[in-house]
Design a protein around this ligand. Structure first.
Ligand code: SF4
Length: 306
């Protein structure tokens, strides 16, 4: 990454994302073993799917490996100003990449909302029907995030080959597919040298789940392209701080074991009809069946110190 005229927080981010040591090359034999193991395990799980198909996204992993009963009764997805914010922010960052001149965050956000409204998908349908107050909320949330991003993340340079909302998928076809979408992908491999950095942009505080999500994306990238990313970063907008870790073979193996365990549970519960188990925890607080769940109520009662 080249030297740039940057603010102190942009400089800090730049330093955190820069490669610290020697060029990173993974052992081709170890990668081949990982891919072969994943291929045989996914084939064995696919045999249990009958005519079903299964797309495994990051929220499926955390959902089924948390409380299975909550996973079964999870609320259907509905768009709101809060959850549409990420799409607007990503589109605004994408626009900034090729915008001539020095755009203001508000220009990028308004243009992003206009463009998303003109598309043909469920978000566009919601944007076309939501109230002016929802649009005002959405604009406010997105403006906050885009402003913070532009202040604290170094200006994206064309030579970094940035890709916003980069999709990763493995395998290309088959009844089971691992899929993800990386907020921001920087760099590209040079031969077998790992050079990519995956960045997820986060509001709020640091959480273990953020690293697990990035490990999953790195696993899918490795299985599909055979060259792992170099590093993974959660970029926390509120703190203007990037938490970066190098990609390692043990982390890729752990992520594969987690993905396979979750996939097996998804098949057992969603396809084969096994009774879901309960695992009380923080998700009891927003679980739609909490009122009638003894285990959940007992766990929530322990939180009530009044
Ligand atoms: S209340 Fe808690 S334990 Fe009960 S189903 Fe919901 S998440 Fe699971």
């Amino acid at each position: 990454m080249t030297d740039l005229d940057v603010t102190p927080t942009q400089q800090r981010t730049l330093e955190a994302l820069r490669r610290q040591g020697a060029a990173l090359r993974f052992d081709a034999g170890e990668i081949a073993e990982l891919v072969a193991y994943a291929t045989s395990e996914v084939a064995a799980l696919s045999d249990r799917l009958d005519a079903h198909t299964l797309v495994v996204a990051k929220h499926d992993l955390s959902g089924i490996l948390g409380c299975e009963t909550h996973h079964v009764h999870r609320d259907p997805f509905d768009w709101s100003a809060r959850n549409a914010c990420g799409s607007v922010v990503h589109r605004a960052i994408q626009l900034q990449l090729n915008w001539r001149g020095d755009p203001l965050p508000v220009q990028l956000v308004d243009e992003a909302i206009d463009r998303l409204t003109a598309e043909d998908n469920s978000l566009a349908a919601w944007l076309n029907e939501c109230s002016p107050a929802d649009i005002a909320d959405l604009r406010g949330f997105a403006l906050d995030s885009v402003t913070r991003f532009m202040e604290s993340f170094p200006p994206l340079q064309p030579e970094w080959t940035p890709v916003v909302e980069a999709r990763v998928m493995w395998p290309a076809a088959g009844p089971i597919q691992f899929r993800g979408r990386v907020d921001l992908m920087l760099g590209r491999p040079s031969g077998t040298e790992s050079r990519k950095v995956f960045v997820d942009v986060k509001t709020g505080a640091r959480a273990t789940a953020h690293a697990l999500d990035l490990h999953y994306y790195a696993l899918i990238e490795t299985l599909s392209r055979l060259v792992p990313p170099r590093a993974l970063a959660s970029f926390y907008l509120d703190a203007a701080e990037a938490v970066v870790e190098d990609v390692t073979m043990p982390a890729l193996h752990a992520s594969l074991r987690r993905a396979l365990a979750a996939t097996e549970r998804l098949i057992e519960v969603d396809v084969e009809g096994r009774t879901p188990t309960k695992q009380p925890g923080w998700s009891c607080r927003w679980c739609p069946v909490a009122e009638g769940c003894q285990e959940g109520q007992a766990w929530l009662a322990k939180l009530d110190v009044s």
